[in-house]
Design a protein around this ligand. Structure first.
Ligand SMILES: [Zn+2]
Ligand SMILES: [Zn+2]
Length: 316
């Protein structure tokens, strides 16, 4: 009897100790998972052989990034109220494919190619960028993309016409890994614009910076409980920053515009501390894909009509 008691006690202690160990390892993993993701992406593109540096590899790397962060939602959940459902996943997956294949293709032909032609016709050349170490080229591309996205995002919150394209993204009532790519197609195109095509940069550095930003924005929308190191959340946008931006309060919406670099909000005075589990707009009605697509026309046409009639328009 005594032996049995001692065995149970000992087994209980081992079990308790191993659980404490598991919790400690999980805590450590959730502290370093975001920097580790960025380190892996950086290592991959810096070591990738030239034959791998193409659009197909980039597409695969981006899809793997989205998939890995989405999978983490099942390992370390942040809010039960944001738990992914089949309906949410179907919508998110549709947008992932739209963003990765259709919007990326359209951005290439409607913006990147004309910019490249403009660069050639104006004789713009920045060969000194090519001579920089890979890490600096990546940092430069990251800042250039984010600088444009910060001001575009801020414009979307400050101008009604632009807001109508961005509002569907804010009507989401929960956040998940793929939701950074969810919204009205016009907004997805506008937020993809950048002037990187005007610069002479290694293609692998452009892919690396874009892939790293995908990782950051993915985590910034993910239902993953993480506690990143302080330096990470000082520089990069986290779920805390971005969930506050998605909250139902206007003053919170008009803050934390950085999609990837929250540092820009700190510099331009729009940084706000905090987080919000309650996300959405107005009555927190979830929009269907169709409602997201017709949103600008549905609210924009009556607005223009009222303006033309000299009446005070209602804003949606
Ligand atoms: Zn916004
Ligand atoms: Zn968002």
């Amino acid at each position: 009897m005594l032996m049995q008691y001692a065995f149970c006690q000992c087994f209980g202690n081992i079990r308790e100790t191993s659980w404490r160990g598991v919790i400690r390892v999980m805590k450590l993993a959730m502290t370093w998972v975001q920097p580790a993701f960025l380190a892996v992406i950086f290592a991959f593109w810096s070591l990738a052989p030239a034959s791998w540096v193409n659009a197909s590899t980039m597409t695969l790397a981006v899809l793997l990034t989205y998939g890995a962060v989405q999978a983490l939602e099942f390992v370390s959940e942040r809010h039960a109220s944001w738990r992914i459902t089949w309906r949410e996943f179907r919508t998110d997956f549709f947008y992932l494919l739209l963003f990765t294949f259709v919007i990326a293709w359209f951005t290439q032909i409607a913006a990147e190619n004309p910019l490249t032609a403009l660069k050639a016709s104006l004789g713009i050349a920045t060969p000194w960028i090519m001579a920089l170490p890979f890490v600096l080229q990546v940092a430069l591309v990251l800042v250039v993309i984010e600088f444009g996205q910060y001001w575009m995002h801020r414009l979307m919150h400050g101008n009604y016409a632009f807001w109508l394209t961005h509002a569907p993204h804010h009507h989401m009532t929960q956040l998940n890994a793929l939701k950074g790519a969810t919204g009205n197609p016009i907004e997805l195109f506008l937020i993809s614009l950048s002037v990187v095509a005007l610069l002479d940069v290694q293609l692998s550095a452009v892919f690396c910076a874009s892939n790293m930003l995908t990782g950051i924005t993915c985590f910034a929308h993910a239902n993953v409980k993480t506690t990143p190191p302080r330096w990470y959340s000082y520089l990069f946008t986290t779920i805390e920053h971005h969930s506050l931006h998605h909250s139902t309060l206007f003053e919170n919406n008009f803050s934390n515009f950085g999609n990837g670099l929250i540092l820009l909000d700190r510099i331009f005075g729009t940084y706000r501390e905090g987080f919000s589990e309650i996300v959405g707009q107005d009555e927190r009605k979830r929009l269907s894909i169709w409602e997201q697509w017709v949103f600008p026309a549905k609210h924009g046409i009556p607005y223009i009509k009222a303006k033309l009639a000299g009446e005070t328009p209602t804003v949606g």
